[in-house]
Write a protein that binds this ligand. Structure first.
Ligand SMILES: [Zn+2]
Length: 429
């Protein structure tokens, strides 16, 4: 009976709500297909005859969610990070992305991207591709082969780009629709997402056309919002009739008509934040990138207090770290700078708070993902932190062990990975 069930045993740690950490020592999770049927401290008698995968003293935590990652910028990690956003885009990003018209080059880079995501325990990811529909579809195929879940977007840009990346409005929309048709039902947990790069590189006609496609195919949207003061001034110049940056996306139908991720959101005013909360926009907070490109410190506590959902993003290659654990630590660190800058008024983040953002906070964009509550898809990392123990005399609590893994652990500690109930083996490309 009930042979379709999977039982896993270990020390479960997860964050069911912002700031709350749930720890279940030596407990059981029962998985039916993709989903969690329940977690139990004692195994209910009716499951006694089933095989148990016992991870012993390991920690079992929800898989990490990365809400913002530019896959084609992988080879640029650690380059040009002594610049600000706009010259960095011009000098480093656009020339690298232009190379992805060559499918062989794209395949070489993307297989490394997918392998690294797997390695560092990212189980769901929202990726930007490039303007090239074939290479971007190939990225989706590789993610699906690796068993990861994600949204992947063909990038759109019909103004203010380099010559080698510029599309006409018509071509950009036609290629996007081709890309959607080819990929929408093909790659399981990996789905297309509408991806205008940002307002400066998309005309109003392109944004309206993309909003139509989002509605027609019922697809979510991802883009950038209020990352850098120079960028914001440029948007004001391009759209003097719009009240603010968020209002430009709203005007052209891209803001919150479908589930939407906006990366950065550092300088939004109260009206924009209200608009975001009302339109169910999820913010991708990217602390490394915001530091590297001197963009600023996002007011994440304020966004959350005002009802905006927030997840974390590596923002490769503005950010240099793929590890969402490291991004969590960075999120705490920058929140402390914010705290100091606010005369200690805006409280900095706790580990349970950033752990929530890295799991259920970002995961909610993918449905019931990022927690070990009943009905959630079972995305999990099994963490063997034996090597992080200083001595057998030190006995850390489960919460302390999580904190130590976040700050001083790495991929060597991740000994098993699950996405939607399925164990993911190392990708073989
Ligand atoms: Zn970005």
């Amino acid at each position: 009976m009930e042979n379709h069930l999977k039982i896993i045993k270990g020390n479960m740690v997860f964050a069911p709500s912002f700031g709350q950490l749930e720890t279940l020592a030596n407990s059981y999770v029962i998985i039916e297909g993709k989903k969690i049927k329940g977690t139990y401290r004692e195994l209910p008698a009716q499951y006694n005859n089933l095989a148990i995968t016992d991870y012993g003293d390991a920690l079992i935590i929800p898989g990490f969610v990365d809400l913002h990652f530019h896959a084609p910028q992988f080879a640029n990690r650690g380059l040009g990070l002594d610049l600000e956003l706009l010259p960095w885009l011009e000098q480093y990003t656009f020339p690298e992305e232009a190379k992805f018209k060559d499918n062989a080059y794209a395949a070489e880079i993307y297989k490394q991207v997918v392998t690294e995501l797997w390695k560092w325990g990212t189980t769901r990811v929202a990726l930007f591709g490039t303007i090239h529909k074939e290479a971007t579809a190939h990225l989706m195929e590789m993610l699906a082969l690796a068993g990861l879940g994600g949204y992947v977007g063909k990038v759109n840009m019909d103004r203010n780009s380099s010559d080698s990346l510029l599309e006409t409005t018509e071509q950009s929309l036609a290629d996007t629709e081709d890309f959607i048709k080819n990929t929408i039902d093909r790659y399981g947990l990996v789905k297309p997402i509408i991806t205008p790069r940002f307002v400066p590189s998309c005309t109003g006609d392109l944004m309206s056309g993309l909003a139509r496609l989002a509605g027609k195919y019922n697809l979510p949207v991802q883009s950038h919002l209020s990352e850098n003061t120079g960028e914001i001034a440029w948007v004001k110049e391009l759209h003097p009739d719009c009240l603010n940056y968020a209002n430009v996306y709203q005007k052209f139908g891209l803001f919150g008509q479908q589930p939407t991720i906006m990366a950065h959101c550092i300088y939004n005013d109260a009206a924009e934040i209200e608009l975001m909360a009302k339109n169910k926009v999820t913010v991708a907070h990217c602390p490394y990138s915001n530091n590297n490109l001197a963009s600023g410190i996002a007011p994440v506590r304020k966004l959350i207090d005002l009802g905006v959902a927030v997840g974390l993003g590596s923002d490769i290659a503005g950010g240099h770290e793929i590890s969402i654990a490291k991004v969590m630590a960075a999120a705490v660190q920058v929140s402390k700078l914010k705290w100091l800058a606010s005369d200690k008024k805006a409280p900095f983040f706790t580990i349970p708070e950033v752990f929530f953002m890295a799991t259920k906070g970002g995961g909610s964009f993918f449905g019931k993902v990022g927690s070990f509550e009943e009905g959630y898809e079972f995305d999990a990392l099994v963490i063997d932190d034996t090597g992080l123990n200083v001595s057998t005399i030190n006995r850390y609590s489960l919460a302390e062990r999580l904190s130590r893994f976040i700050y001083i652990g790495d991929y060597h500690n991740i000994v098993a990975r699950y996405v939607a109930g399925k164990k993911m083996e190392q990708p073989q490309f």
